[in-house]
Design a protein around this ligand. Sequence first.
Ligand code: ACO
Length: 435
Amino acid sequence: MTTPHKATMSFSDGTPSVDFPVYKGTIGPDVVDIRKLYGASGKFTFDPGFLSTAACESKITYIDGDVGELLYRGYPIEQIAVNCDYLESCYLLLNGDLPNPSQKKDFEHRVTMHTMVHEQMSRFFQGFRRDAHPMAILVGCVGALSAFYHDSLDIQNPEHRFISAIRLVAKMPTLVAMAYKYSAGQPFMYPKNDLSYSANFMRMMFGTPCEEYKPNEVLVRALDRILILHADHEQNASTSTVRLAGSSGANPFACIAAGIATLWGPAHGGANEACLQMLDGIQARGGVAKIGEFVAQVKDKNSSVKLMGFGHRVYKNYDPRAKLMRETCYEVLAELGLENDPSFALAMALEKIALEDDYFVQRKLYPNVDFYSGIVQKALGIPTSMFTCIFALARTVGWIAQWNEMISEPDQKIGRPRQLFSGPVRRDVKPIGNR
Ligand code: ACO
């Protein structure tokens, strides 16, 4: 919505000043529409890292980092986490509102009917070394899905887009579990469609053909919550990658593979793994008694040590997902009789000290979701190398909802950032003998 205000950019080099419209979102900061800047002034804006740039308009997820609020389609994450399951959250993100009972049943049925992957996919796995990182396998296999579903790759057809979304949400747990089973040298488990989405995934991860797998309800709920909390998070690096890849008209499976590749980086999806390694490191040096020493190291400007699981580019308050994850952490550890688990006791002590320490208070560094999610996943029996795959599984619905939103825009354009060029000016190639 345009506001009555305008922004004026003036220049000290004689270029005439330019007026821009200012838009108001339903919530969040106003934005200045600078699309006409180049045409009017011959100048670009410069914003590496997108610190002040809204790259798109979206109706899906909203974060208020100052107060620590996360909304999916307007609903607070705290309410979704206690009232909805993951598939309801998927429906919400994809369709704009929560399902009623019959819509929920229909959606669950559609997802369930697509959980198997083509039998030929299993041969792809054999091409990887046993010690391949599961994220390497996932990037390859998700991209390869585009080779199997030619019947639904017309991205201009909303029905095709919907089928692709369902296929991706349905097949990700199967592929992630296959990546794990392959690394463990165990047989792949086919999906079992009378189980819930999360129970089915746990069975494919931890079951074997030798005996019946009985999902534990508390642990299934914990996994479901991990998936809900990671389902979408606005225009982060992987989501922006999916949008950029999709803006060229690439198929949804290829776009999601690009998102998975971006998520793999330690500054994005790899932080919970790093947090667990940090806790293990402190534990090895003496545990709670060594926290003071560790915190001093974190605060030392000459050391590069960071308190992993603390701080966030957007949240300058408690990450609301971290509170929910902490609750789940308590439930899981109690269920498994691990209340005295050293990693959790250490995490609690570390959190308390950091929250009271001036260094963290002044910089508004609060725990983020990764601070607890690694501990929960470890307790569930998920190996550290699989943490980012679980994140990718959860985030697939957010990526595909954002991709679909972008493709549905009537005036959608290919994403094509410009640059501030600081390389050599035009010069001539000398014959090789003269160089
Ligand atoms: N430990 C110690 N100091 C920190 C931390 C931390 N975890 N995070 C930020 N700081 C300090 C910085 O050194 C800087 O201090 P200075 O002002 O004295 O120079 C100040 O706080 C501001 O930090 P920035 O790096 O500018 O914050 P930015 O918003 O760019 O970084 C980030 C955010 C990358 C998440 C950072 O906080 C970090 O590295 N945290 C640890 C890794 C982590 O937990 N990542 C998970 C992110 S959540 C997710 O992806 C799901």
